[in-house]
Structures are given as C-alpha cells and as structure tokens.
Write a protein that binds this ligand. Sequence first.
Ligand SMILES: [Zn+2]
Length: 218
Amino acid sequence: MKSDRRKSEFSYLADALMPGPYQCFLCDNEDIIGEDGLCDSCRHKLHFVPNPTFLAPLNGISIGLQYSDEIASAVMRFKKNGRMEYAAFFTQFLSVPKEWNANILVPVPMHPFRKWLRRFNHTELLAAYLSGATGIPYSTKLLFKNRFTSEQKKISDPMERRKNMRGSFSADPLVKGLRIVLVDDVFTTGATVYECAKTLKLAGAEKVYLSAITSPER
Ligand SMILES: [Zn+2]
C-alpha cells in the first residue's frame, strides 16, 4: 500500500506534500503515510515543546518539536540537499501565538553568496509557507546578512559564535514600530537570532519574536 493521504479542508499542506515521494519525511521508509507526511512510528516519537526559554532582546519564542537526530537529519536534507518539499512538512510544526499580534514574518537571512551556493534560503521557504498558514505577510526586504561568516555549527564556543555574528546584519528603517516574527530552522545557542533581534530593535522594531522548528536542550 502506497499511501492513505487524503485531502481535507484543514490541511493546506496536503497539496504541497502530495507530489513528494510517498515516504515518511523522517525515516524515509515507505509506509502508510498520513497527511502530516509521517509514518505511525515517527509520529508517535514526536514531542512538542511547551514553554521554551529565551532572553532579551527577544520578546517571545515558539519551538515546534523537541530535538532528535531524526529531525536534525531531516533539516539537513531540507537545507543542504535542496529537498524543498520539506518546507511544507516542517511548516506544520511552526506556530505564531495570537497574543504576539504580529505584523510580519521575517526569515533569518542568508548571505547572498551562501544563498547562491545553496540555491535557496530554506528559512524564506518556511516563512512563505507559514505566511500561507497564518495569513500574516512575510518579507525578505527588511533584514539582510551583509557579511559572509563561517557556519555557526562549525564553531563550538558560544562566545565565538556571538563574535562571528556581531554586526553581520542590517535592517531596513521600515521595521520601525513593527511586531516581527523571525523564522528559523534550529534554535541552538541563539547567537544568530539574538543578533537579528538586536539589529531589528536598534532599527526601531517594537517587538521581535522567534518561531523555529526545533531546539536542542540547552
Ligand atoms: Zn517514519
């Protein structure tokens, strides 16, 4: 049996997931896959993160899934192997709490050279799908990465990660007064996201939140 995926009015993801392989997004096994793109076994292993901790200058944070090796390798397939169908899959685990009263979604930007290397910025795809799901517009024109930096995951020391990111973003003055939700994949030490939030706040953003797929326990 290939799949029991059915369309439903609740799942805007179904169309996006349908053309993909009839395989579980996490374990890649061919099995009976639900509308969420998961087999029963992977679905039962998922844990959601209720109250993640965060620091200023962020005003709030929403993390979808508890970190696991399966999720980490699925994120890698998405961002490094060009598997764009993962954008729809992961978006179902992103959320924007109503009380944030957000005006706009802003994907964590990638330096143009890295985007050229990877062919796309995966956080832009997430923001586009999340915009479709929430009705909140998104923009790639408000926050920019203007310095090419080493990949954060290659730096283990948290101080060095912060130093690597310092001053590497710039914000458009149009962010003044906005309540912004940054969209990212994995929230690790937060060095990137805190630097983005600082840049947006200095440019006058009223609030800056984060919506991310997963975060290792810190
Ligand atoms: Zn599975």
